[in-house]
Design a protein around this ligand. Sequence first.
Ligand SMILES: *[C@@H]1O[C@H](CO)[C@@H](O)[C@H](O)[C@H]1NC(C)=O
Ligand SMILES: *[C@@H]1O[C@H](CO)[C@@H](O)[C@H](O)[C@H]1NC(C)=O
Ligand SMILES: *[C@@H]1O[C@H](CO)[C@@H](O)[C@H](O)[C@H]1NC(C)=O
Length: 403
Amino acid sequence: MSSPALQAGASGKVTDFNNGTYLVSFTLFWEGRVSLSVLLIHPSEGASALWRARNQGYDRVIFTGQFASGSSHVDTDCALVLNTSAELCQYLDAQDQEAFYCVRPRHMPCATLTHMYSKNKEISYLDKQERRLFERSNVGVEIMENFNTINVSACNKQTVPIKKKCKLGMTSEIPSGHVWKDTWIPTSCSLIPIEMKKCLSGKFIYLMGDSTIRQWMEYFMKNVNTLKSVDLHESGKLRHQLAVDLDRNINIQWQKHGYPLIGSLTYSVKEIEYITRVIDRTAGEKNTIIVISLGQHFRPFPIDVFIRRALNVHKAVQRLLLRSPDTVVIIKAENTREMYNDAERFSDFHGYIQNLIMKDIFHDLNVGIIDAWDMTIAHGTNAVHPPQPVVRNQINTLLNYIC
Ligand SMILES: *[C@@H]1O[C@H](CO)[C@@H](O)[C@H](O)[C@H]1NC(C)=O
Ligand SMILES: *[C@@H]1O[C@H](CO)[C@@H](O)[C@H](O)[C@H]1NC(C)=O
Ligand SMILES: *[C@@H]1O[C@H](CO)[C@@H](O)[C@H](O)[C@H]1NC(C)=O
């Protein structure tokens, strides 16, 4: 539901009666003219086809590894699973038993792998009929055509129950909040305005994952004028980033997660590592904040890849919280993305499943969840990199968790 004039929106709650009937309920969070929209993103046949296809092959994206030694430069195929009789280089994390492979270039050691890029492979595990389900006109079909707006007026009861300030470990409701005047208002707790620079003082913030959490780095740089970016002598896309304010003792870092990393622009893999290793190296204490964002790069691969990674991260966080229980760990959930863009690889259906998996896996730990999924629906954005107001609302949630 939304009121564009009020920059307001919220998701509905879907109940599946498992008999072909669904109930969609909306909470009337605000007064005024409200429009309702119910989109059938994929029909049941589409969801089944996506699920089956996803788990069929690891080769929807092909990675190219660049090896360099002296004056030799060789590119070879790399992947999570490579079906070839050629000799392979294995890049293994022994503790997590996670591996990535490249075809070994002739006369060059595996350690000369320096860079990587990827592109989509012309392959589909959907048959011709199934592919029709993902043509633009069949995706995100409006069910409530010609629905008039409704006029929501104030309740008679004047006393609104007072909500507690948001803190770590609270369970959320569905929907977990709504947006009003571009500001996220959680359903079960309240966010108070917090002065960012003051809150960040003395904090060590480690952002780990994909570019949706790198957006936080950009936001901090833009909005904390005393933060200085430190040149880490790494070049290219996806390089480590570090920003500091020495007077206030603020340290903010961003680091990409390990393979698989999709990107058409070449990135360095010289110091690529799994975030579990970074978490293991972190001493942790009450001013250390770790924010993890995983998901978008996993959508094109069978679900076991994502589950294994999520479990490994869970174990690393568990170890961290055992040795340093005061450390603040926050999971920034995956957000929705472009609706019509290559459903087989990137559909939000894949992301939705991963979101449920993350919630399930991290359920037993005292970590904060930032429900970026619901926020992007409420904001009505369909962008893999959500616009500034969404990032601002995510960061305001973080500030409430840590200050
Ligand atoms: C499906 O189940 C719901 C809840 O039990 C019920 O209200 C509805 O009438 C059922 N619909 C059909 C088509 O059987
Ligand atoms: C591996 O490649 C061979 C030869 O190209 C092919 O016959 C086989 O089906 C492939 N296996 C898998 C699991 O893709
Ligand atoms: C909406 O309802 C309120 C209260 O009933 C009324 O005062 C207002 O005129 C209505 N607005 C519109 C646009 O119908």
